[in-house]
Design a protein around this ligand. Structure first.
Ligand code: TRP
Ligand code: ZN
Length: 479
């Protein structure tokens, strides 16, 4: 969602086809091209085609060009015994150029139908690109709704570098859904890049006895045909697609409010029953403390989910950080909840700036330690800085590498960068900088040069050589 201009009502009316076109066969006519997945070029001219990538040069096919998504409606039914998913995703978007056709990201799964503003649209597949051809080109600025009906077994992403497996991962009782960086396209079609944030509605149908957990607030739970239950969730704040979850299975829940009054929901797989109380309590304490330090909590609720998938890692899913197969300690809870401000509310615009997420969340672990009477952030900094042969000195964290995005340098040297800034500008300016950063880019996107500019503005200091040596040089900074 990038809040661009709106189409006039007349334009929208012109582009909305009569209902009769809905009955058209997807195979009929040139606007209804091949659906075999072979990627036969569609009939529309290439001139007004939306780009197959959003413009992140490190990931040329992630996201798409030509439109901005405002809202996703993700409706899925999932059967753990067969690992089969049925989905209908409705996307409300605004064209940012004239569009004869446009792309969505979708990996695997079989598409049975595409409509644009209710009229049957053509579609084709090539790799992870789903190209949709509306019956009539969309005007620049037009608001439109695309609906994709699909089904299949989501295929988890096996990351060859340093992430392990992520995406929609089957568990013994359901699924663990953690999609950073580009796994959400394995379970619903979308504009899969953090530069295009949008609000979400989820409608998730599961066998009776299971619970489905998605972002935001539970808005309904009702019986569905076939002895199933439908859970509806709503995330009303803009969210990056990689933060979407639809984690489902058996869960024990604990619900209430933090001492500061923020709704809090903790959920654990029954195998982690003993972790529930601590997860609930610590998540509440951390959320309240970060709200004081970083500024008001940006979302409608906090909490956490522990599932029985042994990922060994956690993900900061918006409003519902998820811990994969372990009882999380306070430090990792502090990390994932700091991401609600750094990463989830203020999101990156390009993956190379990932230190803005991971460096900040790691620094927050140090701040939690400092807050609770453990080692100070400066002590943590000194300990790590003392290790002269640490591989992080060879990896400049300010430019996360596409084939090694989540390198330790992005986390630890990123955090050290913030301590170096704190030393240079002093505590008062430093914490003002964090709060101003969060306030200035709330619910939006930001880049490293913008952070550097803000640090210089608030401190009145020339900080380019500090940032250059900490973020961009393949060597250990002087101090
Ligand atoms: N962002 C996570 C963190 O807090 C790490 C991570 C990246 C991750 N991709 C993931 C975790 C996928 C689970 C699944 O550091
Ligand atoms: Zn993190």
């Amino acid at each position: 969602m990038r809040f661009t201009r709106q189409a006039s009502a007349a334009l929208v009316a012109l582009l909305t086809l009569p209902a009769c076109s809905q009955s058209g066969d997807a195979a009929a006519g040139p606007a209804h091209p091949d659906t075999s997945g072979k990627g036969t070029p569609v009939a529309a001219s290439g001139a007004d085609a939306g780009a197959p990538g959003i413009g992140d040069s490190d990931f040329p096919l992630d996201g798409n060009g030509g439109y901005d998504v405002g809202h996703y409606g993700v409706t899925i039914g999932y059967t753990p015994s067969t690992k089969h998913l049925d989905g209908v995703t409705t996307i409300d978007a605004t064209a940012t150029q004239r569009l004869s056709r446009f792309n969505l990201d979708l990996s695997g799964l079989e598409v049975s139908e595409a409509t644009v503003d209710g009229a049957k649209a053509g579609f084709s597949r090539e790799g992870d690109e789903l190209t949709v051809t509306p019956p009539t080109p969309l005007a620049d600025g037009a608001r439109f709704t695309v609906k994709i009906t699909y089904a299949g077994q989501p295929k988890p992403v096996k990351d060859p570098s340093n992430l392990g497996t992520y995406g929609f991962i089957p568990t013994t009782d359901g699924a663990f859904v953690a999609s950073e960086p580009a796994g959400s396209k394995t379970w619903f079609p979308n504009n899969d890049h953090p530069a295009d944030k949008a609000t979400f509605d989820f409608q998730i149908t599961v066998p009776q006895g299971l619970t489905a957990l998605a972002n935001g607030e539970l808005t309904g739970k009702k019986a569905a045909p076939g002895g199933r239950t439908t859970f509806t969730w709503r995330e009303t704040h803009p969210m990056a697609t990689y933060l979407a979850t639809a984690t489902l299975g058996k869960f024990d829940l604990r619900q209430g409010k933090t001492a500061g009054g923020i709704p809090n929901l903790a959920a654990v797989d029954p195998a982690y029953r003993n972790a529930l109380g601590k997860l609930y309590r610590v998540s509440g304490e951390v959320t309240d403390y970060w709200s004081k330090l970083f500024g008001p909590y940006p979302f409608s609720s906090t909490g956490g989910v522990v599932d029985n998938y042994s990922a060994g890692y956690a993900l900061e899913n918006q409003t519902k950080p998820m811990y994969g197969g372990f009882d999380p300690d306070t430090s990792i809870i502090a990390h994932e909840l700091a991401h609600q401000w750094f990463g989830d509310s203020v999101s990156i615009k390009r993956w190379k700036d990932l230190w803005l997420n991971e460096g900040f969340a790691t620094y927050a672990e140090w701040l939690w330690s400092e807050h609770t009477g453990g080692a100070t952030a400066d002590t943590m900094f000194r300990r790590q800085y003392a290790v002269k042969n640490d591989p992080v000195w060879k990896y400049p964290p300010g430019r996360a590498k596409p084939d090694d995005l989540f390198n330790q340098s992005v986390y630890r040297r990123g955090a050290m960068t913030l301590q170096a800034v704190r030393r240079a500008v002093g505590d008062q300016t430093f914490f003002t900088l964090l709060r101003t950063w969060v306030a200035d880019h709330k619910y939006g996107n930001a880049t490293t040069p913008e952070f550097i500019a803000l640090a210089e503005k608030l401190s009145g200091k020339q900080l380019d050589s500090l940032f250059d040596s900490w973020l961009f040089q393949p060597s250990r900074p002087e101090s």
